[in-house]
Every structure is written in C-alpha cells, then in structure tokens.
Ligand binder design. Structure first.
Ligand SMILES: NC(=O)c1ccc[n+]([C@@H]2O[C@H](COP(=O)([O-])OP(=O)(O)OC[C@H]3O[C@@H](n4cnc5c(N)ncnc54)[C@H](OP(=O)(O)O)[C@@H]3O)[C@@H](O)[C@H]2O)c1
Length: 406
C-alpha cells in the first residue's frame, strides 16, 4: 500500500517508524505542517521507501492534491483537522484512519440535554463514504482504540451488558519535570476543558471534568490510582454500538489530586479557552492578543523529546460487566506496558507506543482485507478476536482479569 502519515509528533513518529517496517507498506510519506521535523524523522527511519513532505492540514485543496494516488491516509495531527482531512480523502478517493475526535464539535455542558455527540458528526458521513466505496477507521489508538476493542471483546461474551467503564492509569514519573504530558498537551487541555460525556441509566449526560473521583486498582505495577471523569471518545461511540442493553458507560483517567484541582480551577479561570484575548503586559509595556490555552501549552515541554525521562508503566482497559447464562460476569481487559522497556526497545514512551502501534495493526488488517467494511466506523463494530490475535505482531501487550460483577 501507498500510505501517507499526517503528523510527525509523539504518535506520528512512532507509527511512521513501525509502518516503515511493515510488509504491507510499499511507499510511505510523512507529512507535517513544518518540514524539518518530518525530514528529521525520515532521516532517523533511514529507509529508501520513506519520504517527508510539508503539508498544512488546514487546507483541503492542498491535501486533496497531495493525497491523490495514495491508498490510505493515517491522521495523527490534532483532531480539529479531522473533518477537513476526511473531505480531502473523499475528494482524492483515499481510505482513512485516525486516533482521536474533535471533542469540541458540540458545545453542550453539564446539565444540557445531549442531542448529538461530537463523534456522531464524523459518523454522519458514513453514507457518503459508502457511496464512494471508501473506509474511515475512527479511533484506532490506545484509548480510543484498544479500549473499544476490549469493550467489544468483553461484551461479545455476555448475554446482557450492564456497564463498560474505561480506565486509564499511569504511575510514571518524568525525570526533570514537575509536570509534563506524555501526549499532545493541546489534546490534554481540550479533553479536560469540556464537561465529560458519560452514559448513565441509558442516557447521555455531561458530568464535571476532573470530578467523580474514585480509586481504581490497576494491575501491578501500576496499582491503585485515583481516577477522574474526563471527556473522551469512547463515551461517544460505545453507548451507540455495544448494544445488549448497555446502561452505563464512562471514562476515567488517573490524575495527581493537585492537577485535578488545578484543572477545575484553570477551567473556571478561563485558562483553557482557545480564543485570543488582548493582553497588556505590565512588565514590558506591550499589548498582544493571545489564546490562554496556547500559553498553557507553551509552558509544557514537547512530548516527542521526553521518552528517555519517563519511568513507570501505563495501563488502559475496559471493565465490562453484565450477565452470562443468568449469572453476573465481568472482566477488566487491558493493555499494560512499561515506559522503561519501551524506551529501551523502541526509543519511545509506552503511551506513544500503545497509541502509535494499533494504527499499524488496523492498517495491515485493512491491507490484507481482514477489514473490508466501507463507511465511517469506530473499532467496536468489528470482530475483536482477529484484532486481538494480531496485537502481538507489533508487541502490543494484552491481559485480562475477572472483575466481580455488580
Ligand atoms: N487514541 C489515543 O490513545 C491517543 C493518545 C494520544 C494521542 N492521540 C492523538 O494522536 C494525535 C497526535 O498526537 P501527538 O501526541 O502526536 O501530538 P503532537 O506531538 O502535538 O504532534 C502533532 C503533530 O501534528 C502536526 N500538526 C499540527 N498542526 C498541523 C497542521 N495544520 N498541518 C499539518 N500538521 C500539523 C504537528 O506539527 P508541528 O510540530 O509543526 O505543530 C505535529 O507534528 C492527536 O490527534 C491526539 O489526540 C490519540
């Protein structure tokens, strides 16, 4: 296949490095807004069939031209460009895969009636993509991605599904930094500035971000972590596609308590807003316009350069509970990976790895016609068994434990 990866950041770098080794990929172009990071990555990969390109994902016309002749575009830039990239794919006749959704496509808040979830806006294009005989594989990272596949795996074993709770935990420390994110800071701020979508008692609802504190016991070495509601893609699609009477679904992320408090405060203060505001500097006697969120992002280190400094492990999975043969049953199905192992073996942290490797599994399955469905869909609509069988092809860990139902 002829593949174009968009983005040469934390995730795009890892996915491109693995795709360059895939037997399914004959030609690979890494495209990014600025040429130097893409060119440096291609140099590091060091294979003749991999090239770099400058491309702005805000420009549909440029992308349409650039995509022509490719088989698949793997979107690893920021999700705010998804719809434009999808438009360009349809115009160029190219299949598509991404790992995130633009969660601010709808503007509802805690207490509002939810008419449409943000990801439904992408899913609404299903008919158009089918008409063009094209496939758009949405949310093929770790979470969303593996979490959706694990949710389907658990649900398929049950006669009735009561709840699917996605839990994301990490016990890592980042040498030299009091605080840093392991993936796009912009995406983290986007996730935490929205009230979190959840599905309780059979209805979509929004709950406060960084609220709903609970302690979740991840498998060792991650162990018990305090987790909080955060807005995430899984809550957009699992309630729509899991079926079997699913009543409750939410997503919780482990956060240090102090950070959870800071997030709630920063949001109230307006520090997560993306619209520029006029700022007069009392220190420099200048006036400029700046988006508060850009200031927060600029104060954080770039995740792509931090892999060597990260120590600890990450664990992400889905707790699926329900009824089988008249009896309560449930499992926590997860991926668990050490950052130190990952850095030694691949030169990346485990969050980048568990996010950047699943797109390779998905793309290879598509190339081998093991995924042949057309239209726009999340991972949980596919049979999870063959997908899980292919996880070891790319060293993606997978485990499960029985969860007491109830
Ligand atoms: N599903 C999951 O588990 C999961 C987990 C983590 C992240 N993600 C998703 O993965 C994606 C990439 O995240 P990341 O951590 O790799 O982010 P990142 O390190 O910030 O990298 C983003 C990349 O996008 C490029 N970019 C930004 N604007 C662009 C534009 N207009 N045109 C072309 N390229 C542009 C950036 O180029 P510049 O450097 O020039 O700005 C950079 O190469 C995000 O959508 C994120 O939400 C998914």
């Amino acid at each position: 296949m002829k593949v174009m990866v968009l983005g040469a950041g934390a995730i795009g770098s890892l996915t491109s490095t693995l795709l360059a080794r895939s037997e399914q990929v004959d030609e690979l172009v890494v495209a990014s807004r600025r040429l130097p990071p893409a060119r440096d990555l291609v140099k590091k990969i060091g294979r003749k069939h991999v090239k770099a390109k400058q491309l702005d994902c805000d420009r549909v016309g440029d992308m349409t031209k650039a995509f022509k002749g490719f088989d698949m575009v793997v979107n690893l830039v920021l999700p705010r460009f998804n719809l434009k990239i999808m438009d360009a794919c349809v115009r160029a006749g190219v299949h598509y895969l991404d790992t995130a959704t633009d969660l601010v496509l709808t503007k509802d808040k805690k207490g509002d009636k939810i008419e449409r979830t943000p990801e439904q806006i992408q899913l609404d294009r299903d008919d158009t993509w089918k008409d063009h005989d094209l496939t758009a594989m949405l949310g093929w990272g770790c979470d969303p991605g593996l979490s959706n596949i694990f949710a389907r795996l658990g649900a398929d074993r049950l006669d009735r599904v009561d709840s699917v709770l996605v839990r994301d935990g990490d016990n890592s420390t980042i040498e030299g930094y009091e605080f840093a994110t392991l993936w796009s800071a912009d995406t983290l701020i986007e996730e935490v500035q929205m009230d979190a979508l959840a599905f309780y008692n059979g209805r979509f609802t929004r709950v406060g971000t960084a609220e709903g504190e609970e302690v979740f016991h991840f498998p060792e070495p991650v162990g018990p972590q305090t987790v909080y509601n955060v807005d995430h893609e899984e809550s957009n699609t699992l309630p729509l596609f899991i079926g079997k009477g699913l009543r409750n679904q939410d997503f919780k992320l482990s956060l240090p308590k102090g950070l959870a408090e800071f997030i709630r405060l920063a949001k109230k203060w307006g520090m997560t807003k993306a619209d520029p505001i006029p700022v007069r500097s009392k220190f420099h006697n200048t006036t400029t316009k700046v988006a508060p969120r850009d200031v927060m992002t600029a104060l954080l280190p770039v995740p792509v350069g931090m892999a060597a400094n990260v120590h600890g492990s990450t664990c992400v999975g889905s707790v699926v509970k329900g009824v089988k043969n008249g009896k309560p049953a449930g499992w926590f199905i997860y991926t668990l990976m050490s950052h130190d192992y990952c850095y030694k073996k691949y030169g990346y942290n485990a969050v980048s790895y568990t996010t950047g490797a699943p797109p390779v599994v998905g793309l290879e399955m598509f190339a081998r016609h093991e995924v042949s469905r057309r239209g726009v869909f999340p991972p949980e609509v596919l049979d999870p068994v063959p997908i899980v069988k292919h996880l070891p092809d790319w060293d993606i860990p997978y485990g499960e434990r029985v969860e007491v139902a109830g």
